[in-house]
Design a protein around this ligand. Structure first.
Ligand code: FPP
Ligand code: MG
Length: 335
């Protein structure tokens, strides 16, 4: 089964999609694809078959999202917690991922035609080396595609991602690229694995569980959360539409909360900058108070230096991350 399924929606689905599209649509949807093993038990199949059907459902869902003009999807495919499962299940999931990423590489032309960019979010070091290399190849191959984005969270948890972002900022301070006073909510967001994506508008969890299970905790503080009882392999176009309706009902309040948060963030940054500048002026002005014009000039100079410093740090971080993937690809060629 391929990642990209061709095919139109049927008549009824098309009409429904058009009605939904006349309202506000989510641009980024995240899925916790839960319930594969319960589905397998219900159907008397083995666990691995449940996960395979789960993958097939992901391909269906991507096709629906494409028809609904949803350009970005993020899925929880394997959490760091999942390593604690039985060895044969973990091995099975690694094998399934290997197979599917190899399949993806066979579909390069199709991915290019549809402009699909695949990103993998998580700590790839935790995975077998051959899988790391296959994933890196898929990521590097599709890196410049820009019509739709699939973010696969693999060896991922949100707390790990946030901790890693804090470590990256500590690395920046240690290397002298940034100052500890540059650390902010905005900078932390830029250091997350998800730094290339807008926050999800809608997060959907299937199987009736009503927890986030350490998935995108930072990114979903102003997202619409929808919990559905259907098991993931049984997910349907209609389930997706129902979740989108929930998003549309809550759209105005979500937008308002986001706007308030943006204003609050800007204010926080302004206050932090003013405090740094005041301290600097006091230090260099022999204790004499600076006039308003001097303070304004110093503030402008300070913010422009900070922005430049942060941009250099983010470029260095991007280079480090890109090199990780590129090195894995070249190791694979040598091997
Ligand atoms: C949760 O169901 C599902 C997983 C832990 C694995 C999800 C993986 C896929 C759908 C395949 C995707 C593969 C790639 C390569 C993207 P569960 O196992 O927790 O089932 P349960 O809740 O019924 O026990
Ligand atoms: Mg589960």
């Amino acid at each position: 089964m391929s990642w990209i399924k061709e095919g139109e929606l049927n008549f009824l689905e098309k009409i429904t999609a058009n009605i939904l599209k006349s309202g506000p649509m989510p641009k980024h949807v995240a899925f916790i694809m839960d319930g594969n093993r319960r589905f397998a038990r219900k159907k008397n199949m083995d666990r691995q078959e449940g996960h395979m059907q789960g993958f097939n459902k992901l391909a269906d869902t991507l096709r629906w999202c494409k028809h609904l003009n949803i350009p970005e999807v993020t899925v929880y495919a394997f959490s760091i917690e999942n390593f604690k499962r039985a060895k044969d299940e973990v091995d099975g999931l690694m094998e399934l991922a290997k197979q599917k990423f190899l399949r993806l590489l066979e579909e390069k032309e199709n991915l290019e035609k549809h402009g699909v960019c695949i990103r993998v979010l998580g700590d790839l070091n935790m995975l077998p080396l051959d899988l790391q290399q296959t994933i890196a190849e898929a990521v590097v191959t599709t890196k410049t595609h820009d019509k739709c984005f699939l973010n696969v969270c693999f060896a991922y948890t949100s707390r790990y991602e946030i901790t890693n972002a804090v470590r990256e900022m500590a690395w920046g301070v240690e290397k002298g690229l940034i100052k500890s006073s540059d650390v902010s909510e905005t900078l932390l967001s830029e250091c997350l694995y998800s730094n290339n994506s807008p926050n999800p508008d809608l997060l959907i969890r299937t199987s009736g569980e009503v927890r986030l299970s350490d998935f995108l905790l930072w990114q979903t503080s102003h997202s619409c959360l929808v919990f559905q009882s259907v098991l993931w392999p049984e997910y349907s176009f209609w389930n997706l539409c129902e979740a989108i309706v929930q998003y549309q009902i809550n759209h105005a309040s979500i937008q308002k909360a986001r706007e308030l948060h943006r204003e609050h963030q800007a204010l926080q940054q302004e206050e932090a900058d003013s405090a740094c500048v005041a301290e600097h002026l006091q230090h260099h002005g022999n204790g004499k108070p600076a006039d308003a014009q001097r303070r304004q000039e110093a503030l402008l100079q300070y913010t422009s230096c900070r922005e430049e410093r942060i941009q250099d740090f983010l470029d260095a971080l991007k280079h480090k991350r890109d090199s990780f993937f590129i090195d894995l690809c070249s190791e694979a060629v040598v091997a």
